[in-house]
Design a protein around this ligand. Structure first.
Ligand SMILES: Nc1ncnc2c1ncn2[C@@H]1O[C@H](COP(=O)(O)OP(=O)(O)OP(=O)(O)O)[C@@H](O)[C@H]1O
Length: 464
């Protein structure tokens, strides 16, 4: 093509005019000056180039050279992947004791029991499993070689992926003398490599299968629980399977149940006091005296009302710190926590709402506008429908029938975005359906107005 662009394999047009002179974007050794040169080639008028580039470099330099962080002292303590030391694990002594007992055989070179751990999200299931497994490794008898690996089954949810990840993570090619490719082998070949690795390097291994219910089938559990019996390896294998679903183990294949014979542990949600203690143990993530007094209790109270989820408590605290930093504040305040929580809710809600069809968004917007303009929280379907019609007319969108509209409201209720209940208005009024937004109307309104298809909605309607 004359203008230097060409058709790529997928038919899209690609500008190759600069590729001969410049290395491919994304190459790791691309220097800052090459990036500056590249910017100069492009559309900025020549007389403005120097100042614009300088400005961009200065913004970046300014951010990167701010070495003194006034808020955080050790932010990694608030990362979800961080495994706290034992003295920072709160309220799980009983669970640690029980799990250690089930795994006790491992340190002496015997088979550990298989364990299924249930519990709601953020109740410390992964943390306790990793902690106890690492303690088993550290306390192994002198002549016993123990290893443990953690597998996230929501990512590696097929048997082949799981076998590949396990084989590769247990393998140490310097000791075994073989490498295991990430892809390209059959399931059976990955298992063979896994058994060979275990056989060569370990006496006992503990395998943590997080979100085990996400596996496509029970085959991995079957193979792991029967590896010894089938003569695949002499290495003893213990499985800790973690799930949020209490009924999951009941649905397992009978043969798997019989070979796994799992012990069951269940983790309860934390109360506000425990959550507060968890956060107090991580307050050294912040500079001294940066956290105002009410900050930790408020994060804990929010998370306790959200099902006692420690992950949420830590997330809110970290976000509050980020907000304080962005606003150049010296302290993290309760207001920062409130804003962090609103932001977290908005993010979760945004994700949910962004995925719904346009007609459903218009219906939701109708309910948000009614709520914003009234003291009331609940509105009869007919009233919401009229507001919905106005919105559709205003932005030039098709109007669905009232019957279809009712179905849309029901679907929104199913997603937990809208609450609806029937009310008997007596002989004259009959039964009506009252609809209420679950989330703050301001948040719903803002999210939907961010969708460009609702940009043209006139103010008189949104304020009516
Ligand atoms: N008892 C505790 N003491 C200190 N920190 C904790 C405790 N329980 C959980 N946490 C922290 O909370 C976060 C979530 O914990 P974890 O991942 O163990 O929860 P989970 O029950 O496995 O959740 P999910 O089911 O969503 O995977 C982690 O950062 C963890 O370090």
């Amino acid at each position: 093509m004359e203008d230097g662009s060409s058709e790529d394999e997928d038919g899209s047009s690609v500008d190759r005019s600069e590729s001969a002179d410049h290395p491919t974007t994304g190459s790791t050794d691309q220097s800052a000056s090459e990036l500056t040169d590249r910017a100069e080639d492009q559309s900025v008028p020549e007389n403005q180039r120097g100042s614009r580039d300088e400005e961009q470099i200065n913004i970046a330099q300014e951010i990167f050279s701010q070495q003194e962080d006034p808020i955080f002292a050790n932010k990694s303590l608030l990362e979800i992947s961080h495994i706290p030391s034992f003295d920072r694990i709160v309220g799980r002594d009983e669970e640690i004791r029980k799990l250690s007992e089930e795994l006790r055989g491992a340190v002496q070179g015997y088979s550990p029991e298989n364990v299924i751990i249930y519990g709601k999200t953020g109740t410390g299931k992964s943390l306790v499993s990793k902690y106890v497994s690492s303690q088993a490794v550290n306390n192994a008898h002198e002549d016993v070689e123990i290893g443990f690996q953690y597998l996230d089954c929501s990512t590696d949810n097929t048997e082949t992926q799981a076998a590949s990840t396990l084989a590769r993570s247990f393998n140490d090619s310097l000791q075994t003398g073989f490498e295991i490719p990430e892809r390209g082998l059959s399931t059976a070949a990955y298992y063979k490599r896994l058994w060979r690795t275990l056989e060569s390097l370990y006496d006992v291994v503990i395998i943590i299968l997080d979100e085990a219910d996400m596996m496509a089938d029970d085959d991995l559990l079957m193979k792991l629980s029967r590896a010894g019996e089938s003569g695949n390896t002499d290495c003893r294998i213990g499985v800790i399977a973690i799930s949020n679903k209490i009924e999951w183990a009941d649905d397992l294949n009978e043969r798997v149940k019989s070979s796994l014979q799992p012990k069951e542990l269940s983790f309860h949600p934390y109360d506000a006091e425990q959550l507060e203690e968890i956060l107090q143990h991580r307050r050294d993530a912040f500079k001294p005296n940066v956290l105002e007094e009410g900050v930790i209790p408020l994060c804990a109270a929010y998370a306790a009302s959200d099902f006692g989820d420690a992950r949420k408590a830590i997330d809110i605290l970290r976000h509050a710190g980020n907000i304080a930093y962005e606003r150049n504040a010296d302290h993290v305040t309760e207001q920062h926590v409130k804003d962090a929580r609103t932001k977290a809710e908005k993010d979760r809600f945004r994700e949910l709402i962004e995925g719904i069809p346009q007609q459903a968004k218009a219906s939701l917007l109708a309910l948000a506008i009614l709520s914003l303009n009234s003291e009331q929280e609940e509105f009869p379907t007919q009233l919401v429908y009229r507001q919905y019609q106005n919105i559709c007319d205003n932005i030039g969108q098709d109007v669905r029938s009232e019957r279809r509209f009712r179905d849309i409201l029901k679907e929104l209720a199913f997603l937990g975005i809208v609450d609806n209940r029937k009310e008997n208005l007596g002989r004259s009024g009959g039964i009506t359906l009252l609809n209420r937004l679950v989330e703050e109307p301001e948040i719903v309104y803002e999210i939907i107005r961010d969708d460009t298809r609702f940009e043209s909605l006139t103010d008189h309607l949104s304020n009516s």
